[in-house]
Design a protein around this ligand. Structure first.
Ligand SMILES: [Zn+2]
Length: 674
């Protein structure tokens, strides 16, 4: 921290740019969920501003970040007024500062000998308010500016651990933290990087960006979770301490973080801080500090709040773990979608429990903004406690002959010219024959959520590629035992095992193939929705972008992507080959089914306009009774159920001699099943 200025003129000079910088960082943090600096940097500069304003109160301006509770509400979401303001917390950065705070607090309460504190982990998420009426969740909102928040009720309804109905008919507001577990954060950023979208800086920003969505379906796919920790009107719960309040909330059905502890001495306080400073890397969610709350709720009320923060609680923020090291090389790797990603290779250093020598630089823009060069000494930290990331270059240590890093213009693997697709930060190799992309694509095709071919990992694929046995997905199904026996460490046993795994994958329900093809924006869940709706791959291929977009939660981006993919002649050729080698093209997955039904195992096609029930109801009933409902008629179809105005499918079924039922026959059969 800079030293205290001696004159008003000095302070004036420093305070203007400092305030503007903090306002800008605040915007990035609160409105765009895309901070450009570490929290620690922000917090420190903020403290500096407080220090200057305390010294020279005449320099305080109404727009100063110190005069507002953090956060603005500039999104399109509806606004919510918090009847009881949602304040942010004051913070301290050392145990000494925390002890000073406690001494001041205790001084204000001469009638109490020793305060009891409830200590909780400070979850790295965003504050959430949940209002229940008669036990039903009626409103969820973000903090916003503390007085006006954003209505995220529909979004919160999609978060699995938020109860829609409490076990008691209470009308109470609960507050807590909405967060994204570390594993989900890593997965989300990997997917965003592959799709050429900017990555989230940390789990908190990912949680905020996911909760503050106009479309609840986006939130639903983001794997958010909550820990509730506060009841403003605690009397309604009949509790007198924070510890009791937490226990009550857990009983009512909320997720409450189990690591809280009541303490009455500084020694216990320090012990708790040390324990969780050591354990923080092992937790499944990010924490950025410890929250200390006065345990007795009546004493909390007596202490009250300042304009901005409560006097009864304070956050102790962990110091960041940082290490310096030297960048030796920048590697460029080509992903499955052609996304070319830079990685910094550095001298190995110990950082937050692991040895780190590589850090993703995400995309060329990121690399340019940070101006990272070969030979630079850089500061390294772990974003969200997990992912090694370069904080900044230490310019003072930059070699005199240093040159800006030249971003490659050609694919490091196939040499074709790299491009930026519309609106993407990612650099891409768009050569469909790029070996790096094909190999990555094969690994994805074989992966567990796709075709699930056990034993076909990247190393085997590399060999199969080098020996020219495999150049596309269909080739996998033409592999012979003789070929596999030539691979490293492959004997009779491993050969037979892999051939069986490949053969089994022929019979997968088609959503696995649809995901395995690696179509942009089509994840495993989306693939299943599409497959379920259309029933077969040929039906998906015939569907227009609009028809695909119209399926449940699928929007135009996915619709366009799928339609464009299947319009490609090479793709159509590939699908024909896959069909020729016996890969199943139908949707055959079905949840909990009645396998004793007459319909079990039957392949049914629905066509025309049904009058007695919707197409979906018919389909659901059939699937629940073990039938497979497909979108197109083939020799394998067992029965066609035809409503009014049935067209080409009816004709085809007649040609193939497949039994055709009308709706009344189907209705009768349904009744007989019950
Ligand atoms: Zn390439």
């Amino acid at each position: 921290m800079a030293k205290q200025p001696v004159t008003l003129a000095d302070a004036q000079k420093e305070i203007g740019p400092l305030r503007q910088q903090l306002i800008q960082w605040g915007k990035e943090y609160y409105e765009q969920d895309q901070p450009t600096v570490e929290d620690y940097v922000y917090d420190r500069q903020y403290q500096r501003l407080v220090q200057l304003e305390t010294e020279f109160p005449e320099l305080i301006t109404p727009d100063s970040p110190t005069q507002r509770v953090g956060g603005q509400t500039d999104t399109q979401l509806a606004k919510v007024t918090h009847e009881i303001p949602m304040l942010s917390m004051g913070d301290v950065f050392s145990v000494e500062e925390l002890q000073d705070f406690n001494v001041r607090q205790q001084d204000g309460l001469p009638e109490i000998d020793q305060l009891a504190y409830d200590l909780e982990l400070k979850i790295d998420g965003l504050s959430l308010s949940l209002v229940y009426e008669n036990g039903r969740l009626v409103q969820a909102s973000t903090r916003g500016n503390g007085v006006i928040g954003e209505d995220v009720t529909a979004n919160a309804m999609t978060i699995k651990d938020i109860p829609h109905q409490l076990s008691e008919p209470l009308s109470v507001e609960f507050r807590g933290e909405c967060y994204m577990p570390k594993a989900s954060f890593v997965k989300l950023n990997e997917a965003r990087e592959a799709n050429g979208q900017p990555v989230f800086a940390n789990p908190r920003n990912a949680a905020a960006g996911s909760l503050r969505q106009l479309d609840p379906q986006v939130t639903a796919q983001r794997e958010l979770a909550t820990f509730m920790y506060y009841v403003p009107e605690y009397e309604k719960l009949g509790v007198t301490t924070q510890d009791e309040a937490l226990k009550r909330m857990a009983e009512l059905g909320f997720q409450v973080n189990p690591h809280h502890r009541t303490v009455t001495s500084t020694a216990e306080l320090v012990q708790y801080i040390n324990e969780y400073t050591a354990q923080r890397d092992d937790l499944a969610y990010g924490i950025d500090g410890i929250v200390e709350k006065v345990n007795d709720l009546a004493t909390q009320t007596a202490l009250g709040n300042t304009v901005k923060v409560p006097r009864w609680e304070i956050a102790y923020k962990f110091p960041p773990e940082e290490q310096s090291t030297v960048v030796r090389e920048i590697e460029w790797t080509v992903g499955r979608t052609g996304n070319v990603t830079p990685t910094a290779v550095m001298d190995p250093v110990q950082l937050a429990g692991t040895t780190v020598s590589r850090a993703s630089l995400h995309n060329p823009d990121y690399l340019r903004q940070k101006d990272i060069r070969l030979g630079d000494t850089v500061l390294l930290h772990k974003a969200g406690d997990i992912i090694p990331e370069i904080s900044r270059v230490i310019l003072a240590k930059r070699p005199a002959d240093s040159q800006p890093y030249q971003i490659p213009t050609e694919c490091p693997v196939c040499g074709s010219r790299l491009v930026h697709l519309d609106g993407e930060v990612a650099l891409r190799c768009v050569n469909p024959m790029c070996p790096a992309q094909i190999k990555e694509g094969l690994a994805h095709f074989a992966s567990r959520n796709a075709m699930n071919i056990d034993g076909l990992g990247p190393k085997i694929i590399e060999q199969l590629w080098n020996k020219k046995y495999v150049s596309d997905f269909a080739d996998l199904y033409r592999l012979t035992a003789d070929q596999l026996l030539t691979l490293d460490k492959f004997g009779e046993k491993s050969t037979a095992k892999l051939l069986t795994a490949i053969d089994n994958s022929r019979h997968n329900s088609v959503e696995r193939l649809l995901f395995g093809l690696g179509i942009r924006h089509v994840g495993a869940k989306v693939a299943r929705l599409i497959a379920e709706h259309f029933g077969s791959l040929p039906a998906v291929m015939q569907a227009s972008a609009d028809e695909i977009s119209a399926v449940a939660t699928i929007g135009p981006t996915i619709g366009d992507s799928v339609a464009t993919y299947f319009a490609n002649a090479q793709v159509q050729q590939l699908i024909q080959e896959l069909q020729a080698v016996g890969v199943n093209m139908d949707y055959t997955a079905s949840p909990a089914v009645d396998t004793t039904s007459e319909w079990n195992g039957q392949r049914v096609v629905l066509t025309g306009k049904l009058a007695m029930f919707t197409r979906n109801e018919a389909k659901e009933w059939l699937e629940a009774h073990g039938a497979t409902v497909t979108g197109s008629v083939s020799k394998k179809t067992d029965v066609l159920i035809a409503g009014e105005k049935a067209g080409s499918k009816l004709q085809k079924a007649q040609q193939l001699g497949i039994p055709i039922w009308n709706e009344q026959q189907f209705d009768q059969a349904m009744k007989e099943e019950q």
